[in-house]
Design a protein around this ligand. Structure first.
Ligand SMILES: C[S@@+](CC[C@H](N)C(=O)[O-])C[C@H]1O[C@@H](n2cnc3c(N)ncnc32)[C@H](O)[C@@H]1O
Length: 271
């Protein structure tokens, strides 16, 4: 794990009540998942491409299940998989009150997306929320090969990813306060672009302060790997996936931001 800037300083203090935790588990799994849940623009893009059900859809790296719920609302039958048991537990909790009235179905599973048991092939595989970038280059190749193996011929793979920025922007810090009845909490999310390494580092630092002022602290770090368009196309081709659409989904640049993050949605057909 790599800690930079303010998080490196806090990490080095080794204060009592401080835990280093994986970014998709425990308190940070909850925070990260909640932030991802607020994103709806990509849901519309995915819904538009898969249409109304019933298709058999596999949602890989599903997080708290926002795609799975949206696709079940369209009548699809979804298997949603995430490595983090904490994410799956929260996804199941969010799905439970909706299940009875949904036209489609969701089954959640805590498992490694690259190593699912072979079963009946899916009509579509989705890898959303820029999850592809959370894999390093060899992990990404394994993920794409696995995604193809889960599809029927002619089936659809949909995923989004982000290439390296032209040059590193300034470190970005985002602060999220969570006032509560029995105390309060905050999270600072820091993003450090390191395109010369082909990576970007995200640090998360949170404090949970109870009514008596006792503080628990959490630190997490994640290194994501930028994609290279040519490499990616070659990997897809080798895996038996033909690109049929590439859509620039970069959000409009915020005023004052030095480098706007770029993102691309890719639709492939299993050959
Ligand atoms: C960036 S989040 C995206 C979550 C969700 N798709 C969304 O858009 O809200 C990436 C997710 O991938 C999961 N993940 C990472 N490696 C995985 C693996 N090998 N197999 C399954 N899930 C994995 C993480 O636990 C995390 O929930």
């Amino acid at each position: 794990m790599t800690f930079i800037g303010m998080t490196a300083a806090v990490h080095s203090l080794d204060l009592p009540g401080t835990e280093v935790i994986p970014i998709y588990e425990g308190f940070h799994g909850y925070i990260y998942g909640s932030l991802a849940e607020a994103n709806t623009a990509d849901l519309d893009l995915v819904r538009a491409r898969l249409g109304s059900g019933p298709l058999r859809v596999l949602d890989l790296c599903c997080g708290m299940g926002r795609f799975a719920r949206a696709l079940a609302a369209e009548g699809h039958t979804v298997t949603a998989v995430d490595l983090s048991a904490d994410m799956i537990a929260q996804a199941e909790e969010m799905w439970r009150p909706l299940a009875a009235d949904a036209p489609g179905e969701v089954v959640f599973e805590a498992a490694d997306a690259t190593a699912l048991e072979p079963g009946e092939p899916f009509d579509a595989v989705l890898i959303g929320g820029l999850s592809v970038n959370t894999f390093d280059a060899s992990g990404r190749r394994a993920l794409l090969e696995a995604a193809r193996s889960y599809l029927r011929p002619g089936g659809t793979l949909l995923f989004d990813h982000f290439p390296a920025p032209e040059k590193a922007g300034d470190p970005a810090y985002h602060t999220f306060p969570f006032p509560g009845e029995d105390g309060s909490a905050f999270t600072v999310l820091s993003v450090f672009q390191t395109p010369e390494e082909g990576t970007q580092i995200t640090n998360m630092y949170s404090e949970i302060i109870d009514a008596e002022g006792a503080t628990r602290r959490f630190l997490s770090s994640e290194t994501v790997t930028y994609t290279d368009a040519e490499e990616l196309r070659a990997e897809l081709e080798r895996s038996g996936l033909r690109v049929v659409e590439e859509l620039d989904t970069t959000p409009p640049a915020e005023s004052g931001s030095s480098v706007a993050p770029r993102s691309v949605l890719v639709r492939c057909e299993a050959v």
